[in-house]
Design a protein around this ligand. Sequence first.
Ligand code: DQA
Length: 148
Amino acid sequence: MKKILIINGPNLNLLGDREKNFYGNTSLQNIKSICADKCKKNNMEMEFFQSNHEGELIEKIHSVQSDFDGIIINPAAYTHTSIALLDALRATAKPKIEVHISNIYAREDYRRKSLTSEAVNGVICGFGEDSYLLAIEAMNKLIYNKKL
Ligand code: DQA
């Protein structure tokens, strides 16, 4: 069975408490559990990871090349600042999807530029926690070459 990594950047551990107007009431734990269900239905195993530390995120991305068949990443604020995350993503040839809970293009100017998106197959944003579920469907297509 194919295995994917779902990786979450800084402050996403606070989902459910943090800026609910942008991110809703759902906790990261809840997102993990709906992603696990969705992966099962899509014939994929999943590992779910969160860190507030750039270096830890980078090292986890490095593991994708040898240990996973694809990566779904919400780089959170590092989306807009981290060339190091961009380079780490570029270093893996596996399918890559960037997700955001909020629509980053409808927010502050500094959120409208995603550095990390230059390294991914596609970006899904603005659908709340469903952004992750849509990304899992898209990943299924990329990995198994299936129709949506
Ligand atoms: C986010 C959007 C980012 O701009 C922000 O820094 C986050 C969350 C999202 O999922 O909407 O922390 O990645």
